[in-house]
Ligand binder design. Structure first.
Ligand code: EPU
Length: 440
């Protein structure tokens, strides 16, 4: 299987990228489509490995789910006939645990595997399980099998306050609540625009959900009604990747259809670093222009600087003048790219993070006696050179491709199926910008 990229770097990339639909909206919308009693069509769905895996998983439960055009997916939940999620399929796609919502709605009980940890951290679902319990779900974990067994004896009801926000947790509890009894209130929810997109889809289909900042109110309805193909928002994580990628090579980029607010803090940081940014009716325009200046960032959930953006930001900072710091607060293992970038000559080191109250400061479940590496210092500018790189997780993968394109000479990147879990037509889009990249 072709699973590597060969990249010849050192060329300025320029042009425009057509953004794909947002992975982190599409995956949830596909799952939410199982809450209907009729066919649903979603538009602007990225044809990426994660979506393809999710469609396989849904089909393994008896439903029909296929691409009917390049970026249109039709889901027919009427033939859904299994309430046990297949372990092998589920292990390939983390959002499988979100199937609790449609399976409880359709069957009243279900068996869903523990999604377990992954390459960017332990990623427990304790807050989500607690939330489901507060809404009336009876759920227990059977460690012998690795499955959660869940039952919903009555319509969901009640309220829940997240102790710390969770993006997918918020979405799962929304899905669970739309057929609830009376009004369900969720507080201290996550605020990502992908969640708003899910709410828009459900409300367009008859749900009654209102969201004000981190408080969500849901008035139960009897059923959802499909009105028209729902268009998924452009992928802002993909946008940030291409912005960093082009700027790291010294070039300029135009993007259409992306609301500036969805990447607001990122744009602020770019401006501080000296990047020229223009917002006009023709779209957003980014130009590296003069020498970049080092700028520190700290990751927090939206509207903060997203954790998904920091690996690419790190590459950009290797080209900036001075020392910059990245402090990762959301996941406990999001620096897998550091050793790889060092192979290309990047000057990056882990530094100790001095934090007064880590239990509150970090968004993961901080453990007192555990050793964490949450902060790096990058020194720039350096002339990166080619090398052989290995991808450990999705966003790290994109940052390695960015670094290879900015570096002088040739690089081989292995494990690109991980990158392609989240980036549609990556080779084509980079080539259109003038990058020399080949899949081998
Ligand atoms: N957490 C817990 N317990 C929970 C829920 C979350 O400890 O019950 C922790 C997580 O382990 C993490 C922090 O809380 O340390 C925040 O997690 P959150 O639940 O908000 O993240 P997520 O829903 O698992 C989604 C995206 C991620 C993105 C984060 C942050 C999807 C499918 N995934 O993850 O995207 O980084 O929100 O916005 O929507 C990616 O696209 O590469 C990716 C990892």
């Amino acid at each position: 299987m072709e699973d590597s990229y060969l990249i010849k770097g050192g060329k300025k990339l320029n042009g425009e990228v057509l953004l794909s639909g947002a992975k982190n909206a599409a995956l949830k919308m596909i799952i939410a489509s199982l809450l209907f009693d009729e066919k649903v069509v979603l538009d602007n769905v990225p044809r990426i490995n994660d979506v393809i895996e999710l469609l396989h998983l849904i089909k393994s439960l008896g439903a029909r789910a296929d691409f009917i055009e390049k970026n249109k997916v039709e889901i027919d939940p009427t033939s859904l006939n299994l309430n046990k999620v297949d372990l092998l399929h589920a292990s390939k796609i983390r959002v499988s645990f979100m199937l609790f919502a449609p399976l409880l709605y359709k069957f009243g009980n279900c068996f869903v595997p523990n999604p377990g940890g992954c390459r960017i951290g332990a990623r427990p679902i304790d807050r989500i399980v607690e939330g489901m319990k507060s809404l009336g779900v009876e759920i227990r974990y059977i460690s012998r099998t690795g499955f959660y067994e869940a039952k919903l004896p009555d319509k969901p009801k009640g309220s829940f306050t997240f102790n710390k926000p969770s993006h997918t947790g918020t979405e799962l509890l929304i899905m669970l609540s739309i057929f609830g009894k009376d009004r369900i209130i969720l507080e201290n929810c996550a605020n990502e625009p992908e969640i708003d997109n899910l709410i828009d889809f459900l409300n367009q289909s008859g749900a009654k959900i209102t969201k004000k900042n981190s408080r969500i109110e849901i008035d139960g309805v009897a059923k959802l009604k499909f009105k028209q193909p729902f268009k998924i928002i452009p992928d802002r994580n993909e946008a940030v990747t291409y912005i960093c990628l082009v700027l790291a090579t010294g070039g300029s980029l135009r993007l259409k259809d992306l609301p500036l607010e969805s990447i607001g803090i990122f744009v602020e940081k770019l401006k501080q670093a000296g990047v020229e940014v223009k917002d006009s009716p023709e779209g957003l325009f980014f130009n590296r222009g003069r020498l970049l200046q080092a700028v520190n960032i700290e990751t927090t959930p939206h509207p903060g600087f997203m954790t998904d953006w920091q690996p690419n930001w790190a590459v950009l900072m290797t080209q900036a003048n001075g020392k910059s710091i990245i402090h990762e607060r959301v996941f406990e293992n999001r620096f897998s790219y550091v050793e790889e970038l060092k192979k290309l000559g990047a000057k990056i080191k882990f530094i100790e993070a001095k934090v007064d109250n880590p239990g509150d400061f970090f968004f993961f479940n901080y453990k007192k006696n555990e050793k964490y590496n949450q902060q790096i210092e990058i020194e720039g500018p350096v002339r990166l050179h080619g090398g052989v790189l290995n991808i450990a997780d999705l966003r790290a993968g994109a940052s390695l491709a960015t670094a290879a394109l900015a570096a002088e000479g040739e690089s081989a990147i292995n494990g690109v199926s991980i990158l392609e879990r989240g980036y549609e037509d990556f080779v084509e889009k980079v080539s259109n910008l003038g990058g020399e990249i080949k899949k081998i």
